[in-house]
Design a protein around this ligand. Structure first.
Ligand code: GTP
Ligand code: MG
Length: 260
């Protein structure tokens, strides 16, 4: 007992207690920061665990939007363990489509990157089978094409297969000087008439060299939105069975989308 009292009275004890408090505070700070970490290069998801994780679930992501909107750049940057110093090459326009499988943590993202050229847009609906979430990419720096993008999106959402599908809008090229804020891009898409879809907006800056932003948020959002899809489909089916006015509703949706 006397020994402990003596120990407490020593300078070393106070020094050690001070050091321990600082270390603990630092640990708590780091942990809090980790929880709110914007991990643009996915270094935490696959690396913090020494054992390589196996894919236990799949998400099918369909990436659409006008030509030159930034779809392929988004898909290129959407992968784990990218080196922050890597230069991302400017992609060539996509002819047809490309599929990429990206394992992140225990989830495999099957990403369908479809070319946005005018003559291919009528085939977009062919990619809708088993899709969990649609990523709609809009070039925020090309406001003169917002209307074209809006019309293309509304035309796409007129297909009955898109009912209940979550749509994440990407306001790309936020690093460009002429880029409009993501809220303006969202408003310009005028999606509030599509009551059966859930929408979200994420801004991305993916310059070829330098800091890239928005991919982590997009990953989080895709993960959040896609499991809701089945719930929404069940809900929609229940509503449709009750009201039994599907045909009338489709016509109504078509009329409104003609505002384009
Ligand atoms: N500065 C900047 N440039 C971007 C960004 N995203 C895309 N780009 C550039 O925009 C151009 C078009 O990008 P793509 O990804 O090829 O566009 P896309 O939507 O795949 O076009 P299609 O394949 O023709 O449908 C490329 O030169 C990209 O490097 C961005 O966030 N910032
Ligand atoms: Mg492309």
């Amino acid at each position: 007992m006397g020994g402990i009292k003596e120990l407490i009275d020593t300078k070393e004890f106070y020094f050690a207690a001070g050091a321990a408090t600082i270390a603990l505070t630092y640990g708590v700070y780091k942990f809090a920061k980790y929880l709110d970490f914007q991990d643009e290069y996915f270094q935490t998801v696959n690396n913090w665990c020494w054992v390589k994780q196996k894919c236990t679930s799949n998400r099918r992501v369909l990436v659409l939007g006008l030509d030159g909107a930034g779809k392929t750049k988004f898909v290129t940057c959407f992968h784990p363990n990218a080196n922050p110093r890597d230069t991302v090459m400017d992609p060539a326009p996509t002819v047809g489509f490309c599929v990429k499988s990206v394992p992140i943590g225990d989830t495999c993202f099957d990403i369908w990157d479809v070319g946005g050229a005018v003559d291919g847009r009528s085939y977009w609906r062919e990619f809708l089978l088993d899709i969990d979430v649609v990523v709609w990419v809009v070039d925020s720096s090309a406001s003169e094409r917002f209307f074209e993008s809006r019309c293309a999106l509304h035309r796409f959402l007129r297909h009955p297969e898109t009912r209940g599908l979550p749509v994440m809008i990407i306001a790309s090229k936020q690093d460009c000087r002429s880029a409009l804020p993501q809220e303006d891009v969202f408003r310009a898409m005028g999606v509030d008439i599509h009551k059966h879809n859930e929408f979200s907006i994420i801004g991305t800056s993916l310059p070829s060299t330098g800091e890239r932003k928005g991919i982590w948020q997009a990953y989080k959002m895709i993960t959040r939105m896609s499991p809701n899809y089945m719930n929404r489909m069940n809900h929609i089916r229940a509503v449709e069975n009750k009201v039994n006015n599907t045909k009338h509703d489709k016509v109504k949706r078509g009329d409104k989308a003609l505002v384009c």
